[in-house]
Design a protein around this ligand. Structure first.
Ligand code: TNX
Length: 525
């Protein structure tokens, strides 16, 4: 072979590779897309819808909810695509080339959060019973586009959606995460950023752990020293911080715009050193404690026998209930090792009544099942199955956060730079491979309220550190909460997860690059 023939051969080979890569890259098979959480049903028909600079989002009627959802999608698509998509209202289906969001007549199976996404070469049509369903449907649209869509700056890509129909609705109505802002304080921007991330994966609750031994993080106007003194530090001696009620309200509103409920937690009667350091009359040990910056648990308690304690709790619950539109307040109740059981039980009974008197329902860690559960109290199973079972026996629903499966602060393995391992090492496959309804035989599907993955922050104090523990495991918990367990399989999931590596990078998320996930194979595509 002479040189020219060799050159031609190489050129052809490269050209052929480029063409085939291009073909395999163009997302024309809806059934092969990498949406997380995996949708309930996907029927592909092999075509593609092109997003162009003529594409706009049309919402049915003048509903503010629908316009906001349309705008949320436009705001996510415009920076990277540069297509200048606008939101318009319409009475009927729009012309070819557009995206249409509409509420439809009641489709029982879809419930309040389900949606139907029909993509043809002419139109993207998203329908749902309720706005929440449309909000989850637009997250699916985002994930059906190439990963470049998730950059905040202009990108070159072929902005196509594969055609077909997705019919989708969640397995559980409560799909949450918890952020411990007490051990290390996280500011409003970090919380909002987390809310954006939760929304992308169709999660609908953020539980904020607002008080602990190391810090009190929410302004209570009738007890100002809680934050003036008790908010001043954190684990390791950093400066701590707190949210004013106005800032908290801002977080709640930001969450509502993403169909996420904020559940505030005030932990009691243990985990209360910051409260007692601010108001020594609350302390069950009768001493004036110092602020605490270590990581021990179980040494503090409120004085369960003094009326001032109940006056204090009533004020806190009243103020918190007034700024919390969600149905639930979390009253902790965990690891009260410094409180005698004979004091703990009447205390938890009385505080449940106080929450109910302020128009809210109670959530608490599983130890509360040692007390008498009030109607609607939900038990959050984290440590002892026997407590959760006691809750079920009392007719309560159980929120599943088993530490050995669902704690985001557990290390991935012994080499993890952040995290603890008292419950387990949780590699990405272990975090994914469990079924809330099969973990404890006595806790059946109908007893389960939902799933929550908590991030305790003894070992992480900055956004990138928290993200290292949260991602990519959060995506697995989102899928456990949304996708029926019979549709979930690690070997199939890990490939979808790999494709989200590019998305997480685009969103500047500092995720743990687990060796169990085939990241590189999808990145090359
Ligand atoms: C146990 S989980 C705790 C927290 C710690 C966590 C660390 C729970 C209800 N209590 O106080 O931060 O372990 O993993």
């Amino acid at each position: 072979m002479n040189n020219t023939i060799v050159k031609r051969f190489i050129f052809c080979a490269l050209f052929f590779t480029a063409i085939t890569t291009q073909i395999s890259c163009t997302p024309t098979d809806l059934a092969k897309t990498n949406v997380i959480p995996k949708p309930v049903s996907v029927v592909a028909d092999g075509g593609a819808f092109d997003l162009t600079d003529q594409t706009n989002i049309f919402v049915q009627g003048e509903s503010a909810d629908l316009k906001n959802i349309g705008q949320y999608l436009a705001d996510k698509l415009n920076p990277s695509t540069g297509l200048g998509i606008e939101v318009k209202s319409t009475e009927a289906e729009p012309a070819s080339g557009n995206i249409y969001l509409a509420l439809t007549a009641n489709d029982q199976e879809l419930g309040d959060e389900g949606y139907i996404l029909k993509i043809s070469e002419k139109l993207v049509s998203l329908t749902a019973n309720k706005p929440a369903g449309l909000f989850y449907g637009i997250q699916t649209i985002r994930q059906l586009l190439p990963p470049q869509v998730d950059f905040a700056s202009a990108q070159k890509a072929s902005w196509k959606l594969p055609t077909g129909t997705i019919r989708d609705f969640p397995a559980y109505g409560y799909r949450g995460s918890m952020l411990d802002v007490a051990r290390h304080f996280f500011g409003i921007d970090d919380v909002k950023n987390y809310l954006d991330q939760l929304a992308y994966y169709k999660m609908n609750v953020l539980h904020l752990h607002l008080s602990d031994d190391q810090g009190w993080r929410i302004e209570i106007k009738s007890w100002p020293n809680l934050t003036a003194h008790g908010g001043k530090t954190e684990v390791g001696g950093g400066e701590g911080g707190f949210y004013t009620q106005e800032q908290y309200t801002d977080i709640v509103k930001y969450a509502q715009e993403r169909y996420i409920t904020i559940i505030p937690e005030i932990d009691m009667p243990g985990h209360t050193n910051a409260a007692s350091a601010s108001y020594p009359e609350l302390n069950g040990n009768g001493k004036t404690p110092d602020l605490y910056t270590g990581t021990e648990v179980g040494f503090s308690t409120l004085d369960t026998k003094k009326e001032i304690t109940y006056k204090f709790i009533d004020d806190v619950i009243r103020e918190l209930a007034a700024i919390t539109p969600g149905e639930y307040l979390h009253i902790g109740g965990d690891e009260s090792h410094a409180t005698k059981l004979e004091d703990y039980i009447p205390f938890m009974n009385r505080v449940q009544d106080m929450v109910i008197a302020h128009g809210k329902k109670v959530l608490a860690w599983d130890e509360i099942a040692l007390a008498t559960l009030k109607p609607n109290t939900v038990v959050q199973y984290w440590a002892k199955a026997e407590n959760a079972i006691k809750g079920v026996a009392q007719g309560a629903k159980v929120l599943m956060s088993p530490a050995a499966n669902a704690y985001l602060d557990m290390q991935y393995d012994s080499t993890s730079i952040y995290g603890l391992h008292w419950a387990a090492y949780i590699e990405v496959d272990k975090g994914y491979n469990w079924d809330p309804a099969k973990l404890v035989p006595e806790i059946k599907r109908e007893n389960i309220f939902g799933i929550e993955a908590p991030l305790w922050t003894e070992t992480v104090g900055a956004r990138n550190e928290a993200e290292y523990l949260i991602f990519p495991r959060l995506l697995g918990y989102a899928e456990i909460g949304w996708t029926p367990s019979e549709l979930r399989n690690w070997d199939e999931y890990k490939v979808r997860l790999a494709s989200h590596g590019e998305r997480m990078k685009a969103m500047n998320i500092n995720f743990y690059p687990s060796k169990l996930v085939p990241w590189n194979t999808t990145e090359k595509k």
